[in-house]
Design a protein around this ligand. Structure first.
Ligand SMILES: [Fe+2]
Ligand SMILES: [Fe+2]
Length: 286
């Protein structure tokens, strides 16, 4: 078998993407384990479980579907599991959030990282310590982590939006200024995280909002999907891969792109049929 280039998305290991999963999903057992190279560095990413969602999508964002999503890794262990935020709609760290966090803990990966999203109002910075024990699930909020054995660095922050994806948006001055201010705080957090992983052979960033309009094209709320200012930082620090969520209404054909040399993936679970995206990386990305 010909060598698989770094950054390859293992579509051969995934079910059809970009399909909303209806209630009562059929368990997926289609992983072709024999296709894996023994020493491949594998990163799985998903996001936007939205546990507790009300309204017409409450039958989509269910515990059953998110379990179904994470359980796929039971048959397909990866090195790193990333969750890109919007875990729960709860406003407090209640039993529903704990149950959702436990599902993330159970992901079959050596290391697990998450960021929070704009809906994770249950999050308080003091929970970072709680979430890191007893099992490894590191919540990144403006920090980076170098994984020595993989020569891989993971940095993360939520990100935010500043309407730069939609410069002509009719937004009042005050709202725009608030958004720009919140974005600049998140930019500082991301930079702090990137400094933590400066020497890593492979640099991975996990965010909730997008650093580029390319992977959220067609979203009717594209102005609030992210900020291009993040992309400048990612390029400056030589980041190889970015995974983000947040956009649920973008086109199905623009979930992945290479922007300024950075590979960017939108991994919102409902856009990918509640299947984690699995990317094979090497220490010398192409
Ligand atoms: Fe979301
Ligand atoms: Fe979101």
């Amino acid at each position: 078998m010909a060598p698989i280039p770094s950054g390859t998305v293992r579509k051969d290991l995934m079910v059809k993407p970009a399909v909303l999963v209806e209630a009562s999903p059929v368990p997926f057992f289609g992983f072709a384990l024999w296709q894996l190279e023994a020493c491949a560095l594998l990163v799985a990413a998903t996001g936007d479980f939205h546990i507790g969602m009300k309204g017409r999508f409450r039958e989509v964002f269910t515990f059953e579907n998110v379990e179904w999503c994470v359980r796929k890794l039971d048959y397909f262990p990866v090195d790193v599991f990333l969750f890109c935020g919007d875990l729960s709609m709860s406003k407090r760290y209640d039993d529903n959030v704990k149950r959702a966090v436990n599902i993330l803990y159970s992901a079959n990966a050596k290391y697990r990282f998450m960021v929070v999203g704009n809906h994770d109002r249950w999050y308080d910075p003091s929970l970072r310590r709680v979430l890191s024990a007893p099992n490894y699930l590191k919540l990144l909020d403006g920090e980076g982590c170098y994984l020595d054995d993989l020569d891989l660095g993971v940095a993360g922050t939520m990100g935010w939006y500043d309407y730069s994806f939609s410069p002509k948006a009719d937004v009042d001055c005050e709202r725009r200024e608030r958004a720009v201010k919140a974005t600049s705080i998140e930019l500082k957090k991301l930079e702090a995280g990137l400094r933590d992983i400066e020497g890593a052979g492979v640099k991975v960033v996990v965010m909730h909002f997008s650093p580029t309009p390319e992977t959220v094209r067609g979203d009717p709320f594209i102005g609030t999907c992210g900020s291009s200012a993040f992309m400048e930082l990612l390029e400056a620090y030589g980041v190889d891969y970015v995974f983000h969520g947040h956009s649920h209404k973008c086109r199905d054909d623009c979930l992945e792109d290479v922007v300024r040399g950075v590979k960017v993936f939108n991994v919102s679970c409902d856009k990918r049929g509640f299947t984690p995206l699995i990317v094979e990386m090497s220490q010398f990305p192409i």
